[in-house]
Design a binder for this molecule. Structure first.
Ligand code: NAI
Length: 457
């Protein structure tokens, strides 16, 4: 009998398995493929590897303006693919080693709950075994969704799963959905010379993020000749000679491949949930936010399958920690959902934490917002990246509720604002600290000073 049986070896599942070590708990981790999940195998890591290769290419291509004269660079798609794969393999191997060294039993096969405290595991050859455990953590993750008329064939109509493994650079791509995945792909593909057509049914890129940040991204995309179709619904796709045609309104565009990026749906069917009385809503599982417990006492859920929780690897880590802490100690370690950083790895990079202005207003706050552009920030000018901005949302005469950063290193810089939001700092308290000069982070310092009513520059 194990202390914990975990179904799913992605960030939610493997983090739970690793963290359980702190309490000396015995763990079985059931995984049908390799450990790593969407993040390591088909998401965060491979995508960022592509994005980094594209960024290096574009830095070299623009080197002359820094006084560095190089021959015109060439983007080698196969080499970038190879490097991406090497990074993924290295991390999967490292993770497998870490799980082994922590004494986690990784069991290969498809896991489903077969009764209270029991998980049935079916191997690919059809043989079945059973595991008994005091607690079960469901961490089965999600898969790319599609829309009517866009049958995923992996060749001309694909999801990010396939696009990350393209062996050749596509000439012309239509991307359906300008959410996080759509914009990250659009950004790096355009950077290396693919013609991109980006369709979004809402009126802004990455709906839900601060509109000012979306505008900066839109300007940058326009400069790079990305064709954007915002507030546009697409009609069904048709195949044509050597390509595919995406129609919208009375017009259409022919491309070599269509990438569908319209969200991800939870993988919760065929998990035996009914055997312990767990119900789902649109596939998601409701949990107690403090403990990650489902309606069936000793069954927990973490990661992309959790109802109302953002589908992010770092959220899955935090939910795994909350579940394991409760299982091991009976104490709660709730996830600070109000201070989760979100990073969009586009060029420019965009990151935010806490509430946007619109969300704060919708929640009934009386707010004051303060913004500061990067145009006058020395380090940003030196880096040749002056299109960025910082925006802080605070309750009027109250604490910082959220913030957005656009610009070089935004994904790193957001964490100082994470503490400000998490600790409910007043702008004046956060502004009292001095930022090093010259840094891009000074833009945050300037915004905080202005938010505290005494701006410097
Ligand atoms: P998403 O929910 O971020 O974006 C999907 C977009 O597709 C939305 O803007 C939606 O309005 C649009 N859309 C839906 N149907 C459409 C249609 N018929 N025509 C045109 N547009 C349509 O989902 P996405 O980008 O697929 O990402 C999935 C999940 O993965 C998200 O939860 C995201 O947070 C996560 N992720 C996070 C990353 C990061 O943290 N950097 C990177 C990639 C994914």
């Amino acid at each position: 009998m194990y202390d914990i049986a975990i179904i799913g070896g992605g960030p939610g599942g493997y983090a739970a398995a690793l963290y359980a070590h702190n309490f000396g708990l015995s763990v079985a981790l059931v995984e049908k493929e390799r450990v790593g999940g969407t993040c390591l195998l088909k998401g965060c890591i491979p995508a960022k590897a592509w994005i980094e290769s594209a960024a290096v290419y574009s830095t070299v291509a623009g080197a002359a303006k820094f006084g560095v004269i190089v021959p015109e660079p060439e983007f080698s798609w196969p080499r970038a693919l190879e490097r991406k794969q090497m990074i993924v393999e290295g991390l999967v191997e490292g993770l497998s080693g870490l799980l082994g060294s922590r004494g986690v039993d990784v069991i290969e096969g498809f896991g489903r709950i077969s009764g209270a405290g029991e998980v049935a595991v079916t191997k690919t050859d059809g043989t079945e075994s059973r595991i008994e455990a005091r607690s079960v953590i469901l961490a089965t993750g999600s898969e790319a969704a599609s829309i009517a008329g866009y049958e995923i064939d992996g060749r001309t109509i694909v999801t990010s799963d396939h696009a990350l493994d393209w062996t050749e650079q596509p000439d012309r791509v239509a991307i359906i959905g300008a959410g996080v995945i759509g914009c990250e792909f659009a950004s790096f593909l355009a950077e290396v010379g693919t013609e991109v057509h980006l369709f979004e049914m809402e009126n802004q890129l990455v709906p839900g993020m601060e509109p000012e940040a979306a505008k900066v991204l839109e300007r940058s995309f326009r400069k790079r000749q990305i064709n954007m179709y915002l507030g546009v619904g697409v009609g069904p796709v048709k195949t044509a000679d050597g390509g595919v045609v995406v129609s919208y309104g009375d017009s259409s565009v022919e491309v070599s491949v269509v990438l569908v990026a319209v969200g991800r749906r939870p993988l919760t069917s065929d998990l035996g949930l009914e055997s312990v009385g767990i119900t789902t809503e649109k596939g998601f599982i409701a949990t107690d936010a403090a403990t990650m417990q489902t309606s069936a006492g000793n069954v927990y859920a973490v990661g992309d399958i959790v109802s109302g929780s953002p589908q992010l690897a770092h959220v899955a880590f935090a939910e795994a920690i909350a579940a394991v802490t409760f299982i091991a100690t009976g104490r709660t370690a709730p996830v600070e959902y109000n201070a989760i950083p979100m990073v969009v790895y586009t060029h420019p990079e965009i990151a935010w934490v806490g509430r946007t202005a619109a969300v704060a207003v919708a929640e009934g706050y009386d707010i004051t917002t303060t913004s500061h552009g990067m145009r006058g920030v020395g380090r940003a000018i030196i880096q040749g990246e002056i299109g960025g901005t910082v925006k802080v949302v605070a309750e009027t005469d109250g604490p910082i509720l959220g913030a957005t950063v656009v610009g070089p290193g935004a994904g790193e810089m957001i964490h100082e604002l994470m503490y400000a939001v998490g600790w409910e700092a007043l702008p004046s308290e956060a502004a009292a600290f001095v930022h090093a000069h010259p840094t891009v982070s000074e833009a945050i310092g300037e915004t905080l000073m202005a938010a505290a009513g005494r701006g410097l520059h």
